[in-house]
Structure formats: structure tokens, C-alpha cells
Design a protein around this ligand. Structure first.
Ligand code: PMP
Length: 420
């Protein structure tokens, strides 16, 4: 282990963290399970990328077959990308019918920002103050994790994110209007400082912000403010997309909004690096007019085969309905556990959050202890939220009753040994 950590530091440089005090060395995955180098098995409650299950045989087979036949860029004609885009866009409403395929969520979001600039001729962007949208220079400026060198640029405004425990505007009922008011103020500032307002980027379920409880019409006032200002509404579905939230393929449907642009990534290829920006034809035309755009690896035949197999499995295994069925059960089970703190339990499909507080204050120490102790007992999950006090679990979608039962027993046993 030490030798591997040393090699890692030599090969990859400093400040490349691993999860856990003592990192895990994973060597194999199957369905909802991972195994480490010592043969220890872990229930994977963390990874949403292996959406249809680690190493799903249909995805593996599709990748292998296409890799053995042809893999090139998209400057030649190929049926794979066309079939995939037709299949994918058939799952969207709001005339979101054209697609650019790329290799990461960051690239997809970067394109979405440029689409907003192409449509509006303006430069300014708004996101929340507790999110993450990726790694490119433009997109990383929308993230609070690491301030850009020289500080946040004038064309970026990060507005207060919605929460469950201290709602904007003082109450759950007022939160939708208060969030929209924050955006309206940011729009006015961007217009006043000469940047102008190009677009708003947000995850419709605010996953990185901590998956707050929000009513279905929460985003209605926000969409109105964005439209009235002539801006572009971008929904980042990199985390909640492909049916994770259980009610529909896309989480913006849950929130009743009509985005102009939607970005996809993580689960799209079950681990194969494929991502996409989906837009209306008028938005796509403005972007292509302004920028053209070619991505060497984006939309290659192997990526499209992987992505198509993922759609097939979601459909054939009924995974969206499965998420809807599992969600209330898991939430109810979690509510029976004694977390030795106030536990605010939320679920949207197979995306769960347990916000831990003591006397109303974030219990980040407890969350940290719990994920370490669960890992020792063979269960992997993570933490989110600005105070790192929200347990996050988004297991591979086939997570079922038997996995849930093991999770609950392990959590119960772990909590019983909690020293803090
Ligand atoms: N958007 C969101 C909401 C994300 O959570 C992430 C990654 N965590 C990204 C975009 C970036 O995706 P990628 O790492 O594939 O570039």
C-alpha cells in the first residue's frame, strides 16, 4: 500500500487525494459489487458511473465487438452515432433533438456555455455557490472548490443554492421565489458590468449542493426570470440523468422545466468516457455558425456502441421504474436507523442523502467517521454539501432489496459502535 502511494505521488504529483484515510485498492467490479486486491468485497453505494452495474456483460460485449471492427473519428459517415442520437433524442421533449458527442461532462458543459454565448452574443454566466460543473477553464470558474487565479471573473455570478434546513427566503414555500430573486439580481449585475447575461447552468436536483427537498414547481420562477432576460437555461444532467431519479429519464422533467440545452455524462457509457450536449436546432445552429466544433474522440463508434448498450439495458431491465420502486423503500428503511444525530433523509429515485446535524449545526465529523467505518465493514459511500455533513449514495441502478437489506444491517451495526 505504502509503496503504491509513493509510486502514485511520484507519477501523478502532489495533491491528488484518494478517498478514505487508508485508500482502497480496487481490482474488480461486477453488478453492484467491487473487490479489492485482498479479495475483500464491497457493496458499492457510491458510484453512479457504472449505471447499469459494473462490467455489465452487454456493455462489455458491445465495446469489445465494435473495438474489434472499427474505431475512428466522426469525419467519416458512420451509422453508430446517428442511431445513438436518434435513440437518445427520442427520450427528450422540448425539441431537444440535436446532439454533440464528447468525452467528458466538463466538455459537454463547456460547449453548453459557448452555445449560450452564441445565442445571446453575451458573456455572463450564473451558477449556484455550492456546485461543480467540471474542469475546463470556463466551467471551473463556476465552481466554488478552487477559486480561479486572480479571483472570480466579472462575467461569473454564483448565487445562493437552495437548502432543506435553512431555506432561502425563510421557508420552503418562499424558497423558489427567493432563489429566482437571487438570479434576477445576478442578471442585473452582469448587465450593469458590461458582461451581459448569457445563461444559467444548474443541476435540476441540485445534487452537488446536497440534494435538497424541493417542490416540483421550484424552478418555475427561475425559468421565468431567465427567459425574461433572454438568457439560455442549461440543465446539467451529468449526475441525475438516464433515469436515476426514477420518475423520468431526465431530472428536469421532475422539475417541470423546459431547458434550452442539456448536458450528459457520467452514466452515459457505464464507465466508457462518453458525454454529450443536447440542444434545440436553433441553439445548435447558432453554436455551429459561431464555432463549428470537432472533437477527435467524441462520438466514435466504440463510444456510441457502449452508450447504445446502456440505453438498451436501462430499457430492457426497466431500471427507471426500478429506481422509482426502490426509492421510498430505502428512504423508509433509513428513517428507522438511529444516526445518533438529527438525520434529514432525502431520496430522488436511486439518489439518496442523509444530512446529519447536532443541535442544528452540521455534523461533518460524524459523516466522516461513518463513511470510514462503513468502508471498513465493506460498504462504500461519500459525503457532499458545503459542510461535508451529508451522506451521499447513488449506487449502480440495479441496487435492489437484497443490497438495501445488507446496507441497512451494516449501517445499524456500524452506528451501534459510533464513539462520537
Ligand atoms: N457536472 C456535474 C454536475 C458533475 O458532478 C461533474 C463531475 N463530478 C461534471 C459536470 C464533470 O464531469 P467530468 O468529470 O466527466 O468532466
Amino acid at each position: 500500500m505504502t509503496e503504491m502511494l509513493d509510486r502514485r505521488a511520484r507519477a501523478r504529483g502532489p495533491n491528488v487525494p484518494t478517498f478514505y484515510n487508508e485508500p482502497v485498492h480496487i481490482v474488480r467490479g461486477e453488478g453492484g459489487w467491487l473487490w479489492d486486491a485482498d479479495g475483500k468485497r464491497y457493496l458499492d453505494c457510491y458510484n453512479n458511473v457504472p449505471h447499469v452495474g459494473h462490467c455489465h456483460p452487454r456493455v462489455v460485449e458491445a465495446i469489445a465487438r465494435q473495438a474489434a471492427t472499427l474505431n475512428t473519428h466522426t469525419r467519416y459517415l458512420h451509422d453508430g452515432i446517428l442511431t445513438y442520437i436518434e435513440r437518445l433524442t427520442a427520450t427528450f421533449d422540448h425539441d431537444l433533438s440535436q446532439v454533440i458527442m464528447v468525452c467528458s461532462g466538463s466538455e459537454a458543459n463547456d460547449i453548453a456555455l459557448r452555445m449560450a454565448q452564441a445565442v445571446t452574443g453575451k458573456r455572463g454566466f450564473i451558477a449556484t455557490n455550492a456546485t461543480y460543473h467540471g474542469t475546463t477553464t470556463a466551467v471551473s470558474q463556476l465552481s466554488r472548490r478552487r477559486p480561479p487565479i486572480g479571483g472570480y471573473p466579472d462575467h461569473v455570478r454564483l448565487v445562493p443554492a437552495p437548502t432543506t434546513l435553512t431555506p432561502l427566503g425563510g421557508s420552503m414555500d418562499a424558497q423558489g421565489a427567493a432563489f429566482a430573486a437571487g438570479i434576477q439580481t445576478a442578471i442585473e449585475e452582469l448587465e450593469a458590468n458590461g458582461s451581459g447575461f448569457a445563461g444559467l447552468m444548474l443541476c435540476p436536483i441540485f445534487a452537488n449542493e446536497g440534494l435538497p427537498d424541493l417542490p416540483d414547481d421550484f424552478l418555475a420562477p427561475t425559468a421565468e426570470v431567465v427567459r425574461a432576460a433572454g438568457g439560455v437555461l442549461i440543465c446539467d444532467e451529468v449526475q441525475p440523468g438516464f433515469g436515476r431519479t426514477g420518475r423520468a429519464m431526465w431530472s428536469h422533467a421532475w422539475m417541470n422545466v423546459a431547458p434550452d440545452v442539456v448536458t450528459l455524462g457520467k452514466p452515459m457509457g457505464n464507465g466508457h468516457p462518453v458525454a454529450a450536449t443536447v440542444a434545440r436546432p436553433d441553439v445548435m445552429a447558432a453554436f455551429r455558425e459561431a464555432f463549428g466544433y470537432f472533437n477527435t474522440f467524441g462520438g466514435n463508434p466504440v463510444s456510441c456502441a457502449a452508450a447504445r448498450a446502456v440505453l438498451d439495458v436501462i430499457e430492457d431491465e426497466g431500471l427507471v421504474a426500478h429506481a422509482a420502486r426502490m426509492s421510498p423503500r430505502v428512504v423508509a428503511d433509513l428513517k428507522t436507523l438511529d444516526f445518533r444525530a438529527e438525520a434529514h433523509i432525502r431520496g430522488r429515485g436511486q439518489f439518496y442523502a442523509v444530512e446529519l446535524t447536532r443541535d442544528g449545526a452540521p455534523a461533518g465529523d460524524l459523516a466522516k467517521w461513518l463513511i470510514e467505518a462503513l468502508k471498513a465493514r465493506g460498504v462504500l459511500m461519500g459525503v457532499i454539501g458545503p459542510a461535508r455533513n451529508i451522506l451521499k449514495f447513488r449506487p449502480p441502478m440495479p441496487f435492489d432489496e437484497s443490497h438495501a437489506a445488507l446496507l441497512m444491517t451494516t449501517m445499524e451495526e456500524t452506528l451501534a459502535t459510533c464513539p462520537i
